[in-house]
Design a protein around this ligand. Structure first.
Ligand SMILES: [Zn+2]
Ligand SMILES: [Zn+2]
Length: 357
C-alpha cells in the first residue's frame, strides 16, 4: 500500500455562481467516526454539480465538487472495518450522504436516504473531485475487480437513482416501462429495465442519445423521437409490444421522467396507460401537468430519490451481470475547465467523469 501524502489536489467551488471549479491544494482529510478514506479512482460530474456551481444549494462554500465517488480504501479504523466487512485495498463505490443523523423519523422508521439532517458530499459538504476523500463506511459497496472506477462512479448517483425508480415501478417481466429522457440516467435505465425482462420504450428528442441507445445490446424495444412522432403514432408502436390476446389499456404500464422540459412530461404522460404509474426523477424548478392525466387517466405520480446501500449493491450486481455500461468521457484534474465546458456541448452523449488514474 502506498503511503498517504499530506496534501492533495481538489476542485472546489469558492463562490456561486461560478463557471468553473478552482484547483486547490488541500490537506488530505483524516478518518473519523465511521468514515473511511478513499483514494479516489474516478468521480462523476452530474447535472446537480452544475447546479452547485450556479448557486442553487445555498452558501456552504467553499466545497469540493462531485457526489459520485469510486476508489480504493486506503485508511479506516479497524473496528469500523470489522463492523462493515471492509479492508484497506477494497475497491468501492459509495453513496453521497454524510453524517446521517440516526434520530429522525426517516432514520428510525423509514429510509435514511430521506434523513433531513444529513449532509451531501459535493452538494452541502466536501465531495469527491479530490485525490482523497472521506466516505461513510456503511455507504460503501465493494465493486468487482473487473469493473473500472469510471463505470462504477456513475452508478452511485445516476445508476442507483434510475435503478431505484425502476424498482419503485414494481413491474413484472413482460410489462412495459417508458423512460423519457435518455441522458446518463436514461441510458443506464433502458439497459437495466431490459436486463430485468421488461419491455422498454425509450423517448428523447435529441439525435445523439437516440442514436446511442440504438447501438446498445440491451436496446429499447421501441425508440421514439418525441420531436418527430406524434403521440398517436408512438402509441401504435407501443400497442404492438403487447402479446396476442392482450386485454387491457393502451399505453405503457409505468413511465419514468428523467428530463426537465415540461413538454417531455406531457408527451410521456399521454403514452402512459390508464391507472398507470409515473415516477419523477427529473428536477425541473416547477411541474405543470394537465389535470385530465390524473383525474380521468387516473395516473399515480411518485417522486424517487437516489437509493440506499442495498439499492447500490443491487445496481452494481445487475450492471456487472449484464455487462451494462455507461458511455464515458474522462478528464484529468488539470483539464477540469474543459470537463465542465464539455457538459454544454451540443450533441454530447453519456457521462462525464474525472479520472485520477
Ligand atoms: Zn447526481
Ligand atoms: Zn436522520
Amino acid at each position: 500500500m502506498l503511503e498517504i501524502p499530506t496534501k492533495m489536489k481538489a476542485l472546489r467551488v469558492h463562490k456561486a455562481p461560478s463557471k468553473h471549479y478552482t484547483l486547490d491544494i488541500l490537506p488530505v482529510p483524516q478518518i473519523s467516526d465511521e468514515k473511511v478514506l478513499l483514494k479516489i479512482g474516478c468521480a462523476g460530474l452530474c447535472h446537480t454539480d452544475l447546479m452547485v456551481l450556479e448557486g442553487s444549494f445555498g452558501d456552504n462554500l467553499p466545497l469540493i465538487g462531485s457526489h459520485e465517488p469510486a476508489g480504493t480504501i486506503v485508511d479506516l479504523d479497524q473496528s469500523v472495518g470489522r463492523k462493515y466487512s471492509l479492508r484497506k485495498g477494497d475497491r468501492v463505490a459509495a453513496l453521497l450522504p454524510k453524517d446521517v443523523c440516526g434520530n429522525c423519523s426517516d432514520c428510525k422508521f423509514g429510509d435514511w436516504k430521506h434523513c433531513a439532517n444529513s449532509k451531501y458530499g459535493g452538494i452541502t459538504t466536501d465531495g469527491y473531485f479530490a485525490e482523497y476523500a472521506l466516505v461513510e463506511a456503511k455507504h460503501c459497496v465493494i465493486i468487482p475487480d473487473e469493473m473500472g472506477f469510471e463505470q462504477a462512479a456513475p452508478l452511485t448517483c445516476a445508476g442507483v437513482t434510475i435503478y431505484t425508480a425502476i424498482k419503485k415501478a414494481n413491474l413484472k417481466p413482460g410489462e412495459i416501462i417508458a423512460i423519457s429522457g435518455l441522458g446518463a440516467l436514461g441510458t443506464l435505465g433502458v439497459q437495466m429495465a431490459k436486463a430485468q425482462g421488461l419491455k422498454v420504450v425509450g423517448i428523447d428528442t435529441r439525435p445523439g442519445p437516440l442514436e446511442l441507445v440504438r447501438s446498445f445490446k440491451l436496446k429499447p424495444d421501441v425508440i421514439i423521437d418525441g420531436g418527430k412522432s406524434s403521440s398517436e403514432d408512438a402509441m401504435k408502436e407501443i400497442i404492438k409490444l403487447r402479446p396476442e390476446g392482450y386485454e387491457g389499456w393502451d399505453g405503457v404500464d409505468a413511465t419514468i421522467l428523467t428530463a426537465d422540459p415540461p413538454s417531455s412530461h406531457s408527451y410521456a404522460l399521454s403514452l402512459t396507460r390508464r391507472h398507470g404509474h409515473v415516477i419523477l426523477v427529473a428536477q425541473p424548478p416547477e411541474l405543470s401537468f394537465n389535470f385530465k392525466n390524473f383525474i380521468f387517466q387516473d395516473l399515480t405520480l411518485s417522486g424517487s430519490l437516489h437509493g440506499n446501500e442495498v439499492d447500490l449493491k443491487e445496481t452494481v450486481k445487475l450492471v456487472y451481470k449484464h455487462g451494462i455500461a455507461s458511455e464515458i468521457q474522462t478528464f484529468s484534474i488539470d483539464d477540469h475547465e474543459k470537463m465542465v465546458d464539455a457538459t454544454y456541448h451540443e450533441g454530447r452523449k453519456g457521462k462525464i467523469v474525472l479520472s485520477f488514474e
